[in-house]
Design a protein around this ligand. Structure first.
Ligand SMILES: [Fe+2]
Length: 357
């Protein structure tokens, strides 16, 4: 609470007799009074900041700017200062109108000392509430801002943790993928290139980042089942006999079984199992066709085939890029989904692996 000595009342009235009476009443009761002779004088005092009123007594009937005109100006500049209007006994309606416009109360002339002091006391009590409310609002706003900052910081930390976890996952999966390549040196770098090509294609097809992430893991791991295929079979230079072919064609199913035990790899299972299916249904292991092949799987079928064709294999030299693209083009609608082949060729997806090791 303010000390009564420090409480300042501004009197805005054009009548010198009224100014004098009010000043005497106020000062004899311990208030500091400041008189303004008219609206402009009051505005000047307030604007200069030489007097900070805790309450304003405002005469309604004044020349130039009336009390009712001055009221909104004062309220907008000093919303925490209650304004008590002074009105003639015969003009109650104007006093009420002033209250509707934001005045705290009104006093009728002639003003009696006890009535004046009581109203001033109430107005100052109201000011205390306004000040307290304002303080709480500011405090609350500050608290909100701190909270937002804290949330922002925590979100940043979580994002970093998520990024690190993602990187760790990716490197773990890459290590796993390299175990296949260690066994089959002809495929060195193959899995990572299939990953990059698949990611590029998926971005062009507008796939969601989360789906793209699991597509990348799947691309790295699509041939994980090869770790169970005899090494002489993987390195064989001639064509495979029917028995050997059957064994080789087990690798998608074996890969699926290896990854099935870890929940994290659940989104990869379809791609690993079906990366050797064909659009026309003549692939393996299940012979599924067309729309039964999921979109990410269709992508890996194409990127895997392209990279296999452009890499050296035990049974043949790498094909030049143009020949491999021709093969993809000719496989549209039979081996491959036509739309994805078009994207792969038209958007030059194959350039994304040019600078990879
Ligand atoms: Fe494969």
């Amino acid at each position: 609470m303010h000390n009564i000595d420090s409480q300042r009342i501004m009197v805005i009235d054009d009548n010198p007799a009224m100014q004098k009476v009010l000043r005497i009443h106020l000062e004899s009761s311990g208030y500091i009074a400041q008189v303004a002779e008219n609206g402009n004088h009051a505005l000047k005092i307030l604007k200069d900041g030489k007097f900070h009123p805790d309450c304003i007594l405002l005469d309604i009937k004044m020349p130039d700017i009336t009390g009712l005109q001055l009221l909104p100006m004062v309220k907008s500049g000093f919303p925490l200062v209650p304004v008590v209007m002074l009105t003639a006994q015969t003009d109650l309606e104007t006093g009420l109108e002033a209250m509707r416009s934001g005045a705290f109360d009104f006093l009728t002339k002639p003003v009696r000392k006890d009535g004046l002091l009581e109203t001033i006391k109430k107005a100052l009590g109201y000011r205390e509430i306004l000040l307290e409310n304002d303080r709480l609002t500011k405090e609350n706003r500050e608290y909100q801002q701190n909270l937002e900052k804290m949330v922002e910081e925590r979100s940043g930390e979580l994002m970093n943790a998520y990024k690190m976890l993602k990187e760790t996952n990716l490197s773990t999966v890459r290590v796993l993928a390299e175990t296949i390549e260690a066994k089959d040196p002809y495929t060195r770098g193959h899995c990572n290139r299939v990953r990059v090509l698949s990611r590029e294609t998926a971005i062009l097809l507008g796939m969601k980042e989360q789906t793209i992430e699991s597509l990348e893991y799947s691309a790295l791991l699509h041939d994980i089942g090869k770790i169970a295929i005899p090494i002489n079979l993987l390195h064989k230079t001639g064509s495979l006999d029917p028995d050997e072919r059957m064994k080789f064609e087990d690798h998608p199913g074996i890969g699926e079984n290896i990854l099935k035990v870890v929940d994290f790899f659940a989104p990869c299972l379809n791609i690993v199992r079906h990366h050797h299916e064909r659009w026309d249904g003549l692939g393996y292991p299940d012979g599924i066709a067309g729309d039964s092949i999921e979109l990410p799987t269709r992508i890996v079928q194409i990127t895997d085939a392209f990279d296999a064709m452009t890499s050296n294999r035990p049974y043949r030299e790498a094909l030049p890029r143009e020949s491999a693209l021709k093969e993809l083009y000719e496989g549209k609608g039979t081996q491959f989904n036509p739309d994805i082949v078009d994207v792969f060729i038209d958007k030059k997806v194959y350039l994304s692996i040019e600078n990879l090791n």
